[in-house]
Write a protein that binds this ligand. Structure first.
Ligand code: 13P
Ligand code: SF4
Length: 308
């Protein structure tokens, strides 16, 4: 079957199963095209929270689908390929975090949504890149904040809020591929184009950026800016969303040292064909043990409450 036929079959099955398809901004174009909602981690969490569908087909990575399942324990949540993980989420284990928690009773653990359900279950509040500043600002001042697991996002939030924060030493393998030199070369070639970077980029890249924000806020920033061209320092799937929603402007992928753009191998595990197979078979399904889901739901709900 060609792409159009797969897409038609997905749309047919979606109706038959009363399913909603949620896709992250980093998904391949043909998957974004069949989604009911395309967005960042925060937007997808909201959509999962309010959907009336019986099945949620999550086109993104494991921790995102897990969050959807935690918010919708009674629904079937499908991740078309269970190997769509996240190296950043894997950089913080439940055991390591439990040990740090035991060391102090004054810790307030703010956990980036890119984390596993057991790690969320040990957290006080969850955040995404879209609301991290707002969430950290809401932490009562008598606590010491531990930010888990992305050190670059944590460092940026620390600068924005002026809060004293301990940072877990994790990073996203995709975003640290951008370098100061690779961005500088791009800036020299396109001097009028603002650099828009994700906060998971390291400080040497962030210092060159004109705007640092979540993937959803990139759409807003580029839409409202008077500039006509933009250099986008995040995963390459983002370019499809920007080009589709802001057709009159030019979006240039920021290069890494070795490649013309950055691709997340986990996000790219999801294909149209796998989405179709999932809708046919009702598998693979995300399962979160009840005890973990109940504990992890509290910091996620606190995030939704604090960011409303
Ligand atoms: P956003 O929440 O900004 O979409 O980021 C998710 C992510 O995985 C970034 O690498
Ligand atoms: Fe994880 Fe990085 Fe991929 Fe986002 S881009 S899913 S943080 S590995």
């Amino acid at each position: 079957m060609d792409t159009r036929q797969w897409q038609e079959e997905v749309r047919r099955l979606k109706k038959e199963r009363n399913a909603v398809i949620l896709a992250h901004n980093y998904q391949v174009q043909e998957v974004q095209e069949i989604a009911d909602f395309v967005g960042d981690s925060l937007g997808l969490a909201y959509q999962a929270h309010r959907t009336g569908a019986d099945w949620i087909v999550f086109c993104g990575v494991h921790f995102m689908a897990e969050t959807a399942k935690i918010l919708n324990p009674e629904k079937k949540v499908l991740l078309p390929d269970l190997e769509a993980g996240c190296s950043l989420a894997d950089s913080c284990s439940e055991d390591e975090l439990a040990e740090v928690r035991r060391s102090s009773d004054r810790l307030f653990v703010v956990t980036y949504v890119n984390s596993t359900a057991p790690v969320k279950a040990l957290s006080d509040v969850v955040c995404t890149s879209g609301n991290a500043v707002r969430i950290v600002n809401r932490v009562p001042p008598e606590y010491e904040i531990l930010f888990v697991p992305d050190q670059n996002l944590g460092e940026w939030v620390k600068q924005q809020t002026g809060r004293n924060m301990r940072l877990w030493q994790g990073h996203c393998y995709v975003h640290v591929e951008f370098t100061h030199a690779s961005l500088l070369r791009m800036r020299q070639s396109y001097p009028g184009a603002p650099i828009v970077a994700h906060p998971e980029c390291d400080v040497a890249v962030r210092m060159l950026a004109d705007e640092i924000c979540s993937t959803e806020k990139m759409v807003d920033f580029c839409g409202k800016s008077s500039a006509k061209s933009f250099i986008i320092a995040t995963e390459a799937g983002m370019l499809h969303r920007l080009r589709r929603e802001i057709p009159g402007k030019e979006f240039l992928p920021a290069p890494t040292e070795g490649c013309a753009c950055a691709n997340c191998r986990f996000m790219k595990k999801i294909t149209l064909e796998k989405v179709c197979r999932s809708l046919q078979s009702g598998e693979p399904e995300i399962v979160v043990p009840r005890e973990i889901a109940e504990r992890a739901r509290l910091p996620i709900e606190r995030m939704l409450d604090w960011s409303a």
